[in-house]
Ligand binder design. Structure first.
Ligand code: C2E
Ligand code: MG
Ligand code: MG
Ligand code: MG
Length: 292
């Protein structure tokens, strides 16, 4: 009987695999047309400095609304775009569009804002990535220091030697470099010390359980302290509550990002949000060092 049950389970699993594979194939083929059809767009999420209580910049996040399949989240289509190599073309579009939007905002008076762009491993490993970056900056007129590139740990761990040299070239150009989703991979801070990075973004899984899970609390405070000793700016992602904000402020986290401040929104809404933001919006005494 157990055998029969196991067999049924196996058949069901097999079916669902087939459905998943078919879906992937469909999405993958639809993905080939996104650029021509103009189905991609960027949304922007602001980042807040806990020291100045001002918005320092935004992260550009990719959105795909497919004519056939509707809204597809990036965790579904980015891996497909990586498999097919399409991420190279898509990545160039993202870079250019993000730089163009930010330069427009800067010219409209938001002169201190920066933009963070997510970069996939394939883009970085390609021979002329720094050329693409240089091109996007020249074409849009955005100064290099207003651009930050976000890379995940896994990207940097693979091909350590090769990536180190590439990152160095980008740093020399003047762009900032961030490690995204920090804590989810295997890299140690000692290893990161050898890379010319400027910013560390603590993954949202650690922020979610702050104040509830003692381990996450320990990891977060340790990461902040060590990152500071390496001269890095620390950003917490996925901040959703005031309790998390207070905690991060107390432990001297530099910047936060998350739904508590704003969800990622279309460029016009984001610009409006930044324009209307006032440091007083956090409220006096609402957060404050030692308040927790
Ligand atoms: P990420 O770079 O770590 O981006 C942060 C993700 O967390 C975003 O999901 C954002 O919408 C979400 N988020 C922000 N605040 C909160 C919060 O308070 N709570 C929760 N639960 N989530 C929050 P999104 O936009 O779905 O993007 C997912 C991932 O897809 C990104 O993670 C990034 O790795 C990748 N991605 C997005 N855009 C691009 C792109 O242009 N190029 C590449 N290569 N990857 C991208
Ligand atoms: Mg990111
Ligand atoms: Mg992240
Ligand atoms: Mg992530």
């Amino acid at each position: 009987q157990a055998k029969a049950a196991g067999r049924r389970t196996f058949v069901r699993y097999d079916d669902s695999m087939e459905i998943a594979n078919r879906r992937r194939a469909q999405l993958s083929s639809a993905l080939h047309k996104v650029l021509d059809r103009g189905e991609l767009r960027l949304v922007f999420q602001p980042r807040l400095s806990l020291t100045t209580r001002r918005i320092t910049g935004v992260e550009a996040l990719l959105r795909w609304t497919s004519e056939e399949y509707g809204e597809i989240p990036p965790i579904q289509f980015i891996p497909l775009a990586e498999e097919s190599g399409l991420i190279l073309e898509i990545g160039e579009w993202v870079l250019l569009d993000a730089c163009r939007t930010l330069q427009r905002w800067r010219q409209a008076g938001m002169t201190d804002l920066t933009v963070a762009v997510n970069v996939s491993v394939l883009q970085l490993l390609r021979g002329d990535f720094s050329e693409s970056v240089r091109k996007a900056l020249t074409e849009t007129g955005l100064p290099p220091h207003a651009l930050e590139l976000e890379l995940t740990e896994s990207v940097l761990m693979a091909n350590a030697e090769q990536t180190a040299a590439k990152l160095q070239a980008l740093r020399e150009m003047g762009v900032s470099l961030a490690i995204d989703d920090f804590g989810t991979g295997y890299s140690s801070l000692a290893y990161l010390k050898r890379l010319p990075i400027t910013t560390l973004k603590i993954d949202k899984t650690f922020i979610t359980d702050l104040n509830r899970d003692p381990d996450d609390t320990a990891i977060t405070t340790t990461v902040i302290t060590m990152a500071h000793s390496l001269g890095l700016t620390v950003v917490a992602e996925g901040v959703e509550s005031e309790t998390q904000l207070r905690f991060l402020d107390h432990f001297r986290c530099d910047e936060i990002q998350g739904h508590w401040l704003s969800r990622p929104v279309d460029p016009e809404s984001c610009l409006r949000f930044i324009r209307e933001w006032s440091p007083a919006a956090i409220g006096h005494g609402m957060i404050g060092h030692g308040a927790t």
